[in-house]
Ligand binder design. Sequence first.
Ligand SMILES: Nc1ncnc2c1ncn2[C@@H]1O[C@H](COP(=O)(O)OP(=O)(O)OP(=O)(O)O)[C@@H](O)[C@H]1O
Length: 268
Amino acid sequence: MASLIDTVYIELSKPTIIFGIKLWILITICIGLFIFLILCCIITCCCRKSSKKHKVGSYSKNPNLEKIVTVPSNQSLVPPNQSLVPDQVQIDVNKTEHRLSVTSNRHASNRHSSARSYRINRSTSDIELDSIAPLEISPMAWVRWFTLRELNDATDIFSNDNVIGEGQYGIVYRGVLPDGTWLAVKWLFNSRGQAENEFKAEVEALGHIRHKNLVTLLGYCLEGSSRMLVYEYVDNGNLNQWLHKDVMQVSPLTWDMRLDILIGIAKG
Ligand SMILES: Nc1ncnc2c1ncn2[C@@H]1O[C@H](COP(=O)(O)OP(=O)(O)OP(=O)(O)O)[C@@H](O)[C@H]1O
């Protein structure tokens, strides 16, 4: 045993052909370099991850926004031309990727019809559309496609101060466009099929009609997994407040007025 140790010691102490460095020193340097390289790889990976997280964090006050901004910019769903008004929007849901197709006959720069297709990778977009049939929205006469950026700017990145209400399907934010137009932006909850159905029903129905008793749908936003409906802002409080005396001590609504409201709603 002792002789074996002696032999190993002698072998390790022999100078090598590399600058005559002893073998044990050379082995130590190699092991050190190996560990150093592994550490470098780990640090590089961590830095990349944290810089991605930083981009998301600085963009979103609202945690829901994380889902949107994690879609890489080269796969952006925003049509490069923001004034493009789509005649048809279709999302094809596939096991590995989703494809959003936008077809438009009205294009800001030319009068020809155009079709665009945006691809999203499942792994990066985190879209939860598995159980949803392809969404098709038929041509809309009035409604406009808002980008998420426009709505972020309008609502101060969906700040809590701008929350004006919450319904069954989403939270409603007050917003204002650069031209001074006030908006009510309903951000639909991402509850899979339900939000999708509400989105489609509202766009299909309100996108085609104008009535003095119905709030006007100005447009919608369809980006990543977000579904938003953009209405004209009506600063009248809501029916609940009027019926349950939130506006005054006693509800100012007489039975005749209530009947009128009911008939008005029915007409709408
Ligand atoms: N266009 C708007 N202008 C001003 N406030 C609005 C507008 N739309 C909605 N709100 C406010 O947001 C609240 C929630 O609206 P939302 O449409 O989500 O739900 P709802 O109509 O109250 O009920 P439901 O969920 O059954 O549709 C309303 O009660 C109202 O206070």
